[in-house]
Ligand binder design. Structure first.
Ligand SMILES: Nc1nc2c(ncn2[C@@H]2O[C@H](COP(=O)(O)OP(=O)(O)OP(=O)(O)O)[C@@H](O)[C@H]2O)c(=O)[nH]1
Ligand SMILES: [Mg+2]
Length: 206
């Protein structure tokens, strides 16, 4: 698939603010600063659709992006949303803010009927953290698991890349057939592979 048109549709902190459920959604989750907003910009081909920042904790709301594109066949229209979720593991936030984050994530992930999958992002350089594992277990529980993106792939060599992908699979306890897709927003690689998988997920839902 290729995305031809994308725009920020809604910014929400509670369910009453979410857009209509008539459009399928794919969400991005991951540690703060892992590269969620950069990935969104990469696959939509927009330089600054989502705000990218060197300081973690930039995205503190649930951001719904409406995306329109064409399937691999170059004809079939694909209409969906990408939902940029607020990052976790941000050290400098207060207890009450972290509770707010948890409640906000839960109310979206547990009740959203048009949510098809959650793409979990992890940094390709590091072993997934305890919080990454917890998040992935949570996604498994709700049947939203199966797609992991290893970000910042430009920061490791080829050998290290395959080794780290194996480590990510093992640490998260991924199932056979689940995908880890190395992506670099800097070098603009991995986007095609991810878009192919997303097209399949959306297509299977129809
Ligand atoms: N080298 C490299 N840097 C990247 C890549 N993707 C993101 N970054 C950098 O990582 C930092 C964080 O990127 P964001 O896309 O803002 O991360 P985020 O997950 O949206 O962060 P929050 O909104 O705070 O949760 C920025 O400095 C980016 O430039 C990549 O593929 N390669
Ligand atoms: Mg962000």
């Amino acid at each position: 698939m290729k995305i031809y048109n994308s725009e920020l549709e809604t910014v929400a902190v509670k369910p009453s603010q979410y857009p209509s459920v008539g459009v399928p959604e794919i969400a991005f989750a991951g540690r703060s600063n892992v590269g969620k907003s950069s990935l969104l910009n990469l696959i939509t081909g927009r330089k600054s659709l989502a705000r990218v920042s060197g300081s973690p904790g930039k995205t503190r709301t649930i951001n719904f992006y409406r995306c329109r594109g064409k399937a691999e066949d170059g004809e079939t229209p694909v209409d969906f949303r990408i939902v940029d979720l607020p990052g976790y593991g941000f050290a400098k936030i207060s207890r009450s803010e972290s509770e707010k984050w948890g409640a906000m994530m839960e109310s979206y992930l547990e009740n959203r009927e048009n949510l098809l999958k959650v793409v979990q992002l992890v940094d390709i350089r590091h072993k997934p953290s305890a919080q990454d594992v917890q998040m992935y277990d949570y996604l498994k529980y709700y049947g939203l698991d199966g797609i992991v993106v290893a970000t910042k792939a430009d920061k490791v060599s080829g050998n290290e890349r395959s080794r780290n992908i194996r480590m990510i699979r093992e640490t998260l306890g991924m199932k056979k057939g689940d995908s880890v897709i190395p992506v670099s927003a800097l070098k603009r690689t991995g986007d095609r592979e991810l878009l192919q998988i997303l097209e399949k997920v959306i297509d299977e839902n129809e």
